[in-house]
Design a protein around this ligand. Structure first.
Ligand code: UDP
Length: 316
């Protein structure tokens, strides 16, 4: 960006969260001025502590389910605020529904008032327990609306509908990314998701809690790959949902064994009941992102996990 021009101003909701804080870093590196908004329900100022005093960074503690007032220009709004772990949905069901619905409405309203571009962080949970495999963006999903995960899945499905309505009715420049399982530094140690759970259990020498028989599959994307895909999407002219994730698929049992190997841990495996509506398989079809954004993951699970283990070593 030319130093003659004032920088772009980006708002990132959930900016103190795992993905939000990495996106903030990416936007700052691209020369933007960044306003992170977060109510710190599941986010943490630890994730943005390294930005204290940065001349182009501002943090606002605010719940985006309430009206958002910001003075001055805004060029991009990235709506990343939401609880994002299955145990969070159980503990925070109403907040999860509100941030995906009211929060999406408020952030779209902010983008509309400012004439800003808008990017919604959506999710592979829109596909529910998928009957199509791998999942393409054209698949409508298999979601249980009234199950414990429904609060997240349906909020994000509503958020997508709302975003498309603002695009069609208000001619807004909107984007939707469907994020698949992502991991890396700044995940909460106790957020209950499988990556921090297995790594912290392995490092403490505790049994790894495999849910069900561990035959369900997931495809794990390293955070830097995901953020690069999202940044490219924000610069594109495409308005329908785009999958971003890593298509290399593992069973949870294979994943547990990999964590044991990489940590050198002697931990045993223990088998706990499978959570209600836990998707049996998940793998993104990323042909659209490849074609549209010339994007594909660069970091394989081995190197991504090694970096993540190093991060967690200091935390456990
Ligand atoms: N899982 C597990 N043990 C754990 C946490 C999760 O076996 O301690 C399983 C979970 O049942 C799911 C997969 O790992 O099949 C991924 O779970 P996670 O909570 O990370 O995210 P999800 O992909 O289900 O949203």
């Amino acid at each position: 960006m030319s130093t003659m021009n004032a920088p772009f101003v980006s708002v990132v909701t959930g900016g103190a969260g795992f993905l939000g804080s990495h996106l903030v870093d990416r936007l700052l590196a691209a020369g933007h001025r960044v306003i992170a908004i977060d109510n710190l329900l599941t986010g943490s100022t630890d994730n943005i502590a390294h930005l204290a005093g940065h001349p182009r960074f501002t943090f606002i503690k605010h719940n985006v389910t309430e009206y958002i007032y910001l003075a001055g220009p805004v060029h991009y709004v990235f709506h990343f605020a939401s609880p994002a772990s299955p145990i969070d949905y159980l503990e925070l069901p109403i907040q999860t529904l509100k941030v995906g619905s009211l929060g999406t409405h408020n952030t779209l309203g902010l983008a509309k008032a400012k004439g800003a571009k808008y990017l919604l962080a959506s999710t592979s949970e829109c596909y529910g327990d998928p009957l199509e495999h791998p999942q393409k963006e054209t698949y409508w999903g298999n979601v249980n609306p009234i199950g414990p995960r429904g609060v997240y899945d349906e909020a994000k499905r509503f958020a997508e509908a709302m975003t498309m309505a603002y695009h069609r009715y208000h001619n807004m420049d909107t984007k939707i990314v469907r994020i698949f399982n992502t991991y890396g530094p700044r995940m909460r140690l106790r957020d209950g998701r499988v990556v921090p759970a297995f790594i912290s259990q392995a490092l403490r020498g505790e049994p790894l809690t495999v849910f069900g028989e561990g035959k369900q599959t997931r495809s794990f994307c390293y955070v830097s790959d995901l953020i690069e895909g999202i940044y490219r999407l924000s610069q594109s002219d495409y308005h329908e949902p785009v999958n971003i994730g890593n298509p290399t698929e593992f069973t949870i049992l294979e994943f547990a064994q990999l964590v044991l190997k990489l940590t050198g841990s002697q931990s045993a495996l223990t088998y706990n009941p499978l959570p209600v509506d836990d998707p049996k398989q998940r793998r993104p079809d990323i042909s659209l992102a490849r074609k549209l954004l010339h994007w594909e993951p660069q970091v394989d699970l081995l190197s991504g996990l090694s970096r993540t283990i190093e991060y967690f070593r200091d935390k456990v």
